[in-house]
Design a protein around this ligand. Structure first.
Ligand code: ZN
Length: 392
C-alpha cells in the first residue's frame, strides 16, 4: 500500500520550460534575415535549426554535453558534474544551505535491517507472527485489532542497541559547520537524533520511536516509558483511558507528520545543495522532495544503486522525481554510486574534513557508550532465548 501523496507534483515549471524551448526556435524567415543569405545556405541553416530543435526538446541525438537554446551549452550550475567536479566546486566556492534526505541505506551499516527489501529485510522475520500479510504489522487497522505482533517486533528492533553510522555523523558535521538547513529522514530508528543533531533540524517523515501517543485520548508518553513497557512484555496501555499507546511511527493509513509538509516550503527556497543518501526514491511522498529543490540547487546522490532516473519509455511521461546524472540535459545532478559511509568518507577527504569527522565519531560514540552504561538497568533480553528452549 502506498502512503498518501499530499504534495502536488510541480508540473508547471517543466511545462513552461518546454514552452520556452519551443519559443526559442526562430522561424525560417528570422534565420534568413539574420544571416542575410539565401538559397541552399539558408536551407542548411534551417535544417540545422530543426535538427537542434529535435535534439533539445525530444532528447534525440545523444550529445555528451548539455545543450540548451540554439545548441549552446546550457548553464550548468557547476561546470563539472562529476563527484570530483562537485568536491572541487565545494572547496572553491562552498555550499551554504544544505538539505539532506536519507533512507534505510544510511542505517544498514549500523546493522538495522531494511524492512522494505524482501529477502534481506524484516519481512523475512515476520513469518512467526502469522500475519494475514507482512505489511499488516504496520497497518493501523490490523494494529487496532491485534497490537501484539507489532510490540513483539518492536522489542527485537528497539533502537538503542545500534549506533549512528559515519554517514549520520557527516550530517551532524554539516550542522556543526552551520551549513545544514534540514535533515529529512525516512528512518524510524532514531539514529539521526542519536548523533546529537538538534530536534528542530530533523524531519522524521515516517515518524519514530522517540515519541508515543495513546491511540484513544492522544496522551503523550516518552521513549523511556515505552521502552519499559515493551521490554517487560506488557501491552503499552494508557494510564488515563486504558487505550493502547503506540510509538509515533507512521503506519499505513496514517498521514505523515505536519512538518514534513510545512518545512520544505522554506527549506528548499534557498537550498544550494541537496544530498540524497541511501534511499530508493520509490516511496512517496518522501521521494518527491527531490523535485522541491530549485533549478540552481545541486543534487548529490550517494547510493549503492543508480536510482531516481526517469523511465526509459518516453510515452509514460516525464518523471517528476527524476535525477538527470549521466543524461545529456543534466545541469546540476551528481551521483556517487557506493555505500553511504564510503561516499561521505570520500567527501570528507576531498573537503579536508576527514580528521574532524572521525574525531566527532569517536567522541560521540564514547558519549553514547557512557549513556548506555548509565541506563543499563533496562536490559534487552539475550537473543536466541527461544532457540535454547526448542533444542534437544
Ligand atoms: Zn488514553
Amino acid at each position: 500500500m502506498e502512503r498518501q501523496a499530499n504534495i502536488a507534483p510541480e508540473r508547471n515549471s517543466s511545462d513552461e520550460e518546454e514552452k520556452e524551448k519551443k519559443d526559442a526556435v526562430p522561424s525560417t524567415s528570422t534565420v534568413t534575415a539574420a544571416t542575410g543569405s539565401s538559397g541552399t545556405e539558408s536551407e542548411d541553416v534551417t535544417m540545422d535549426m530543426i535538427r537542434r530543435f529535435f535534439t533539445q526538446t525530444l532528447g534525440f541525438g545523444g550529445s555528451s554535453s548539455a545543450k540548451g537554446e540554439n545548441g549552446v551549452p546550457v548553464d550548468k550550475v557547476i561546470p563539472d558534474l562529476t563527484f570530483e567536479g562537485l568536491t572541487s566546486h565545494w572547496r572553491e566556492h562552498g555550499f551554504k544551505k544544505i538539505v539532506t534526505m536519507v533512507g534505510a541505506g544510511i542505517s544498514t551499516s549500523a546493522g538495522i535491517p531494511d524492512f522494505r527489501s524482501p529477502g534481506s529485510g524484516l519481512y523475512n522475520n515476520l513469518k512467526k507472527y502469522k500475519l494475514p500479510h507482512p505489511t499488516a504489522i504496520f497497518d493501523l487497522d490490523y494494529f487496532e485489532k491485534n497490537p501484539k505482533p507489532f510490540f513483539a517486533l518492536a522489542k527485537e528492533l528497539y533502537p538503542g542497541s545500534f549506533v549512528p553510522t559515519l554517514a549520520h555523523y557527516f550530517v551532524r558535521l554539516l550542522h556543526d559547520k552551520g551549513l545544514l538547513l534540514r535533515h529529512y529522514t525516512q528512518n524510524i530508528d532514531t539514529l539521526d537524533r542519536l548523533t546529537g543533531l538538534p530536534e528542530q533540524k530533523i524531519i522524521e517523515a515516517h515518524g519514530s520511536f522517540y515519541t508515543n501517543h495513546c491511540t484513544k485520548c492522544r496522551k503523550a508518553y516518552d521513549m523511556a516509558w515505552m521502552k519499559e513497557q515493551i521490554f517487560s512484555d506488557q501491552l503499552p496501555t494508557c494510564e488515563q483511558c486504558q487505550g493502547v499507546v503506540k510509538p509515533d511511527i507512521v503506519f499505513f493509513g496514517e498521514s505523515l507528520p505536519a512538518d514534513f509538509y510545512t518545512c520544505p516550503e522554506t527549506d528548499f527556497k534557498d537550498c544550494d545543495l541537496l544530498i540524497i543518501m541511501g534511499t530508493s526514491l520509490e516511496v512517496h511522498p518522501f521521494a518527491s522532495l527531490v523535485q522541491r529543490a530549485g533549478p540552481r540547487c545541486v543534487r548529490l546522490l550517494i547510493n549503492r544503486d543508480s536510482v531516481g532516473q526517469a523511465s526509459l519509455v518516453p510515452w509514460m511521461g516525464p518523471d517528476d522525481c527524476s535525477l538527470l546524472y549521466n543524461k545529456p540535459n543534466n545541469t546540476r545532478d551528481v551521483a556517487y554510486l557506493g555505500d553511504c559511509d564510503s561516499g561521505v568518507e570520500e567527501l570528507s577527504k576531498a573537503l579536508g574534513w576527514y580528521d574532524e569527522l572521525h574525531q566527532l565519531v569517536n567522541e560521540e560514540r564514547k558519549r553514547l557508550k557512557l549513556e548506555e552504561e548509565k541506563q543499563s538497568h533496562v536490559k534487552k533480553p539475550a537473543q536466541g532465548k527461544q532457540e535454547k528452549k526448542t533444542s534437544k
